[in-house]
Design a protein around this ligand. Sequence first.
Ligand SMILES: [Zn+2]
Length: 325
Amino acid sequence: MVGKYLGIDIQVKGRNLIKGREEKMVATAQRYANAIIGLSRNGLDRAVAAHTLWERCAIPAVLYCSEVMVISKVALDKLDRIQHMVARYILQLPKSSARVAGALDAGLMQMKDRVATRTGLFVWNIQNKKTDKILKAVFDSVMRSPQDPWASQVKALKAAVGVHQLDGSKRLVKSMLKDVAVGNILQQKRELTSLSCMPQPRKWFKLQDHVNDSAEIGTLNRVRAGDAGLGNRRPNKAGQFHSHCPYCLSLGKTVKLSEHHVLIECQSVSYERNQFKVPEHPINSPGSKYALRKFIGGDNAGAAELHERARKIHRILTRWQDISA
Ligand SMILES: [Zn+2]
C-alpha cells in the first residue's frame, strides 16, 4: 500500500516507509543514465554534456527530498553503481574500473555523501533560518527521540563532520561537509593499489577540466584510473593476459607489467619517450611511479598541457602494444 505525501510515495504497510520511493529513485537514475549513455555525437562534447545532464537533471530528480529520508545502504549502492556507469561513459573507462576513479576525475560525489550534504544543509536551514515554528518544533521533537533513525543519521553526520552542532556560517558548514566527502574518497583510494599513480583532482567534485571525449583523453583517463587495458589486470583487446611485460620478457627480464613500467621504464619505447621528452626511469626504480603520477597531472599541469601529454601517452602506448603484440 502506497500513499503520497508532498509528492513522495510513502509505504503505509511494512517496516520500510520509503521502499517504494527508493525503488523509484533507482528506476529514475537508471532511466537518466540510459538516456545519457545513448547520447549521439552531435557536435557536442559527450563528456561535458553527459556530466551536465547527470548533475543538473538526473541528480535533482533522483535525490528529491532525500534529506528527510533514511535511505538504505542497498539503495545507495544501486544508485552508486548506476552513477559509475555514467562516470565510465564520461571518462571512457572500462567496465572493471574503480568507482573511486569516477569520483576523482568525473567529479561525481558518491550518493551517501550527496545525501549527507543535503541533510546537513537542511538541518542548518531549520536551525538558522526563520522557518515555520511547527517545523522547528517537529524537528526538535524528532531530534530528542533516541530511537528515531533519521535523528541517529543526523547525529552520525555531526560526528563525521566533528561538530556538536551544525552551526556557523552556511559556507563553513558546506565546506565541512565537503571535507567529509573528500575524506571518504581518499580513504577508498588508499585501499586500491591500481590507483597508486592517480593524481588528486585539481578541483574536487567537478569534472576535471582536461576531460573531453577524444580518444587521446580516453587513454589518459584510463592511465590515470590505472586501467589502460595492457593485459595486466584482465585480458587486453587481443585477449592476452600478461602479468609481466612481454617485451622485457623477450630480453630475459621479468618485469611486472603496469602503466608506469610501459610509460616511464620500458626500453621498447625509448625512442618515442626521447622524442616526446617524457621522463625515463630505470626498471623497478621507486621514482618511476612518482614520475608517472606527475606526468599524468600530479604536477598540476593545466588542461592544454594535459591534452599535449595525452597525445604523447596515446602514441607511446600504441607503439608498445604494436611491439609487444
Ligand atoms: Zn617492458
